[in-house]
Design a protein around this ligand. Sequence first.
Ligand code: HEC
Ligand code: HEC
Ligand code: HEC
Ligand code: HEC
Ligand code: HEC
Ligand code: HEC
Length: 457
Amino acid sequence: MNVYRYSFFTFLLIVALLVPSSVAVYGQASEQVLAGEKIFKAKCASCHKLGTKLIGPALTGVEQRWVDGAEHAGVSGRDWLKRWIKNWQDPVKAGVGYAVTMQSYDVSAMTQFPELQDADLENILAYIANPPADVVPVTTAATADGGADTGSNNTYWLIGLVVILGIIVIGLTIVSGSLNRLVLEKEGEPIPAAVPFWKNRKLRAVVTLIVVIYLSNAVVVGAIDLGRQQGYTPIQPIKFSHELHAGINKINCEYCHTGAAVSKHSNIPSISTCMNCHKGIKGDDPKNGKYGKLEISKIYAAVGFNPIDGNYFENYVAQPKSYIDSIFTIWLSDSKPVASKKNVEEVLAQVQQPVEWVRIHNLPDHVYFNHAQHVTAGGVECQTCHGPVETMEELGQHSPLSMGWCINCHRETEVKFSENPFYETYQVFHDRIKAEEMDPKVTVEKIGGTECQKCHY
Ligand code: HEC
Ligand code: HEC
Ligand code: HEC
Ligand code: HEC
Ligand code: HEC
Ligand code: HEC
């Protein structure tokens, strides 16, 4: 037999066995997910989200909940789940305990979908278990870190790619090994003992290279996520406008950010600060801003204020959500601009939940930065660092917040030395300036503002 044809055949066999099988699994899974996504968006999305509750419960992890909790009368929990989606009364009538409890989750009942076939149900479940990246359930832990999620989908692709490449490399090494042996055999030369593929040097080098590329990619992505970027403007849970409040209505920055002048951190105002004004400004006046009631209602939903009778709900968190929902649905029904389904959903999602502002500025932990020192002692305007905030409808990070940015300013900026009680301790400087031994222009650098330990813990 021809050596080349023989080894080519082996090669094809290996590739055919290993590579496409894994590709096929990927392909099939994503097709299923896409089909499921289509059905979900058309039939379910009006009442369900994956990561948070809407009218129905959040569906992430639902399969496991039924598998664990709904096995009944010899039928698996997963099958009861499929029957529920088709017609929820079916498992309830059969007395499946989980379904009976679930039934009273909300006063409104779930729609029935008798038209769904088994394949449709499988597709929906595949989608819920594995949503594509742009609908990965967003958990509400956004306050602390802004919920950076970039690249997790890429990571899966990368891992997939590395696995496939690895398989190809192993396949090729085996093939080239057997090819060599065949050639030697034909020429009657002694055949060296076979080297197992994991001892193969070339293979090791390739694997190491792949691992190194993968890790450095991960490190770079991680590092970018660590420091917030200049220009970072996340979508906030309420469309709060600095332009409208600090600009047009001339509300002082410190009215809301009370900490900036007196402490290390500036603070984001609590929602009760908003209520100082919004107990009265409800957005129901035709002259009101462009969102009317739509955005202000989220404040009420979070804090537990009934805009219809103008009182706070008693025992707010203990009230049934469906009751609160109905009040806000009525309140929004005559809204101008007209409340879309999505607008209403957004308000209802805020019911009994704290407003989780996404943090924008975030220095690394090893840096010490103090607002009061800059604002009060240094007399630096908020805008010098944060830009023209009073013109920003949506607030973003104006300055780079890099080390160079801090240091440049410390080199250029004079400290307001005279008549500043903060600097009485620098008596030596005062004396020397008086004696005209020293330039009265003292930059932050001169008082030690570029020493590493001033900014680093
Ligand atoms: C009209 C609103 C509505 C629509 C549309 C809807 N659901 Fe529901 N769903 C609910 C409600 C409400 C519940 C909670 C049960 C109750 O209160 O009756 C629920 C419960 C569920 C549950 C059980 C959740 C758990 O945690 O165990 C699943 C699963 C589910 N729905 C899937 C779906 C799927 C899949 C679709 C689309 C094919 C869909 N739903 C469409 C309102 C809806
Ligand atoms: C009526 C209250 C209010 C006033 C007045 C106000 N802010 Fe804010 N500010 C907020 C709220 C709420 C947030 C969080 C939501 C957002 O980022 O838009 C915020 C966020 C910020 C942030 C970003 C914080 C972060 O996450 O890193 C900065 C910087 C800021 N404000 C500066 C200012 C400056 C400067 C002024 C004055 C020109 C000002 N604010 C006036 C309420 C206010
Ligand atoms: C000192 C008073 C005051 C405070 C405090 C205040 N607001 Fe306002 N807010 C106003 C005024 C005035 C308007 C403009 C009303 C109008 O013209 O329609 C307004 C309008 C709004 C609007 C509607 C914007 C539009 O275009 O429809 C939203 C949303 C809003 N505020 C959110 C907040 C939030 C969130 C807070 C707390 C962080 C807050 N406000 C604190 C006075 C205040
Ligand atoms: C010298 C530059 C500078 C000035 C002046 C300044 N800030 Fe900041 N601000 C920063 C930096 C840097 C951060 C990020 C701090 C961190 O991550 O610890 C920040 C963060 C914030 C935050 C987010 C909460 C926090 O403390 O991390 C708010 C709100 C804020 N600034 C408001 C203000 C307001 C209002 C003023 C004016 C009264 C002001 N800032 C003046 C540099 C400045
Ligand atoms: C817009 C100019 C400006 C920027 C930008 C700036 N600073 Fe400053 N900084 C000052 C001024 C002015 C002072 C002097 C006020 C004082 O000492 O109280 C100062 C003082 C300091 C001090 C005290 C120095 C000492 O010797 O007592 C520290 C620490 C500091 N800044 C850290 C930072 C860090 C960290 C950043 C960057 C995240 C930064 N600053 C960005 C203007 C700035
Ligand atoms: C005026 C404040 C300030 C001074 C002085 C300062 N740093 Fe920094 N440094 C920073 C800030 C802010 C960052 C964070 C930069 C970022 O996140 O991009 C930083 C980051 C760093 C980093 C981490 C690398 C990076 O870019 O994130 C190192 C290392 C460092 N500084 C070393 C030093 C050394 C050494 C000195 C003394 C020569 C010094 N720093 C002085 C403010 C300062």
